[in-house]
Design a protein around this ligand. Structure first.
Ligand SMILES: [Zn+2]
Length: 180
């Protein structure tokens, strides 16, 4: 499993002493083969997965993203964290889109494709089933940015980057036409 979990090796003393400590993980960027692999479902919410979730939030906030999928930190597990500033911190484990409707074309970016933006067509509204941070099954109905973010992150779990779906030019952030 080349490179699959290289980002989450703690010294063994970390586990022995049971110290709770969040850590930044290295973000994998386009070209890293781990980003093109399919993630496996999480079977139980063990300590390692809880630490992964904490670290993913810390890493996402540090790099000012609104979503992060586990493969982006080199872990091929179906775990996604999202914060689109709606007052919630979403943890989606083994997520699956069960309903979608409408269509929306808008810019996206990705921490694994630094400083680039491109327009991607997504469903306007989705219903996603997943396990939450307590490993309880939940269903989330989302539209707008949350819906777009969910679809983007779920693509990561199947080994896809948004750059595969861009309509028109993929452009550098500084070359974006002014909006608003
Ligand atoms: Zn991304």
């Amino acid at each position: 499993m080349k490179g699959s979990e290289a980002g989450c090796s703690y010294p063994t003393s970390f586990y022995k002493e049971g110290i709770k400590k969040m850590a930044l993980r290295e973000i994998r960027v386009q070209g890293d083969p781990v980003l093109n692999k399919v993630s496996k479902p999480v079977k139980e919410l063990d300590q390692r997965t809880k630490e992964l979730i904490d670290d993913m939030f810390e890493t996402m906030y540090h790099y000012e993203g609104c979503g992060l999928a586990a493969p982006q930190v080199g872990v091929l597990r179906q775990v996604v964290v999202i914060d689109v500033d709606d007052g919630n911190q979403y943890v989606l484990i083994n997520p699956e889109i069960v309903e979608q409707s409408g269509e929306s074309l808008d810019y996206e970016g990705c921490l694994s494709v630094p400083d680039m933006r491109g327009k991607v067509k997504r469903a306007e509204k989705v219903t996603v089933k997943a396990y939450n941070k307590d490993f309880e099954q939940v269903a989330i109905v989302a539209d707008g940015l949350l819906s777009r973010c969910i679809q983007h992150e779920l693509d990561h779990l199947r080994g896809h980057l948004y750059t595969e779906f861009v309509e028109g030019e993929l452009c550098r952030l500084e070359d974006l036409p002014e909006e608003e």
